[in-house]
Design a protein around this ligand. Structure first.
Ligand code: 13P
Ligand code: SF4
Length: 300
């Protein structure tokens, strides 16, 4: 299958982008593996005709929004992020009516119509910088309440969160961290900002998935407790074979992220399916929100 994928990639002038939570064998055949921010950058700058996106719905949609002239494929249309489904365009419009002076930041984990109603997108890698980039005192932040509360720690602006959350990260409890620390007393604790505030309080580092790679590279520790989706462990072990990584619990699995398989990648490239399309009515406005995010510089 790996040989077949190589041949099909050449034949179709395709690249494969994969998120850090994908199955190990999918990460291993990808041309680029990264977090939502890095994957958006790759999608915006590639020369390939076809982008095969191994991730979830909103990630493939973002690639299609950023590269409207390319064919963007998602191998499995059931790979949907449940948090992205927690906010609709209509609910956001209603929220904006209640806060007419507020700027609107949407996490990249949203549908294209929600992006189109937002001033700017953010990812877990740049939420604070994006909030700070807005010229207003109040900021509506959708849909992740945990990421909203995390960003609120670093800004004087008033953050108005939506009540959404990631089921995979929200289920991690402070108890999981303290138990893991007891088991591995020498390990540093890294968690994703989609975790609850009480979990974040117990961490040594709070990072996007790609931020975790940078953190481990810069750290003198050689043991880490990882508070994010389990696919991250494969990526970390591959990058740092001499270091040790322990998942914070056995339950940090995102079912949507595990849907893409090697046979699906082969079929997707062979038949050029399933093509991700963005409604004309939202394409331009959604792209503006993503482009604005890509222009924000890191503050920290
Ligand atoms: P990252 O952008 O940090 O990779 O996170 C994406 C995601 O879906 C987290 O659950
Ligand atoms: Fe969505 Fe959470 Fe899965 Fe990320 S880990 S894709 S936020 S459900």
């Amino acid at each position: 299958m790996i040989e077949k994928i190589r041949g099909l990639k050449q034949e179709k002038n395709a690249i494969i982008l994969a998120h850090n939570y994908q199955r190990p064998e999918i990460q291993d055949i990808a041309d680029f593996v990264g977090d939502s921010f890095a994957l958006s950058q790759q999608a915006a700058r590639t020369d390939a005709d076809v982008i095969l996106f191994c991730g979830v719905d909103f990630m493939a949609e973002s690639a299609a929004i950023l590269s409207p002239d390319k064919t963007v494929l998602i191998p499995d249309t059931d790979a949907k992020c449940p948090m992205a489904a927690m906010i609709t365009r209509e609910a956001l419009i209603e929220m904006k009516r209640g806060h007419p002076d507020a700027g609107v930041v949407c996490y990249v984990n949203t549908s294209a119509p929600v992006k189109a109603e937002s001033d700017i997108c953010c990812t877990s890698a740049n939420a604070v910088e994006v909030v700070e980039s807005l010229d207003c005192d109040e900021v509506i932040f959708v849909p992740d309440k945990n990421l909203a509360l995390y960003a609120a720690r670093f800004t004087k602006k008033t953050i108005i969160p939506w009540d959404g959350y990631c089921p995979t990260h929200h289920q991690i409890l402070p108890r999981d961290i303290t138990d893991a620390k007891e088991q591995y007393p020498g390990a540093e604790v890294l968690v994703h900002p989609e975790c609850r505030p009480e979990v974040i309080d117990l961490a040594d580092g709070v990072e996007s998935t790609e931020g975790m790679i940078r953190h481990v590279r810069a750290s003198r520790s050689d043991e880490f407790i990882i508070g994010t989706e389990s696919g991250m462990i494969h990526r970390l072990e591959k990058e740092f074979p001499e270091k040790f990584f322990y998942p914070v619990s056995d339950y940090t699995i995102c079912p949507a992220m595990k849907m893409v398989t090697l046979p699906e990648v082969v079929r997707s490239l062979e038949n050029l399916e399933y093509v991700v399309t963005i409604p004309d009515a939202v394409q331009e406005r959604a792209k503006r929100a993503l482009d604005r995010m890509l222009q924000v510089r890191k503050l920290r």
